[in-house]
Design a protein around this ligand. Structure first.
Ligand SMILES: [Fe+2]
Length: 182
């Protein structure tokens, strides 16, 4: 399966009213193709963007970590190489409480519900390559992100989210280096 075949299969699935779990089946086939022929897939690219479907080829740097955020739609997260941990939260009295984790390994997918709030981490010192599919155009859909220091929610905005991501990743790398040195 080539990237364009993957996009076409996801589009056809959506057009036919396919569920996120059906999309996940397509993602798993694409993950196998990506793992077998990584050079055929760009390292980090937006593969498709439409009102009802966003498909991204995502590479998480070593020890990467994100702030908590929501997508306001379903999501399928798949990993081809490396690992990605989904840290889930629930909102209670205006605050986020941890609500479990799922570690996704090579060839595996996880389907996130429309009301999911998560943060992600790469637990390893190597990049994690994967495919993410969302049921809306995340770039224009109103949604929230949570300040990692204050825990306060605010409207999602990419520049700040990326700045938080860089700070979280730098701190996680430093911790990993310190524990490796002990
Ligand atoms: Fe996410």
């Amino acid at each position: 399966m080539q990237p364009e075949d993957f996009v076409e299969a996801c589009r056809a699935c959506r057009a036919a009213g396919g569920t996120p779990h059906e999309v996940a089946l397509i993602v798993r086939r694409a993950l196998a193709a990506l793992a077998a022929h990584p050079a055929a897939w760009e390292t980090d690219a937006l593969l498709h963007r439409a009102d009802d479907l966003l498909i991204a080829n995502v590479t998480l740097p070593p020890h990467a970590g994100s702030a908590a955020h929501e997508h306001a739609t379903w999501a399928v997260i798949g990993v081809a190489c490396g690992r990605e941990v989904e840290h889930f939260f629930v909102e209670r009295d205006g605050r986020l409480e941890p609500f479990g984790e799922v570690e996704v390994g090579p060839g595996e997918t996880v389907v996130l519900a429309e009301d999911s709030i998560h943060a992600i981490t790469n637990p390893l010192g190597q990049p994690a390559r994967g495919l993410h599919v969302y049921g809306t155009d995340l770039h224009v859909t109103p949604r929230r992100m949570w300040d990692p220091r204050s825990g306060a929610p605010r409207a999602f905005e990419l520049e700040t989210f990326e700045r938080w991501e860089q700070a979280i990743t730098a701190a996680r790398r430093e911790r990993a280096q310190r524990s490796a040195a002990v």
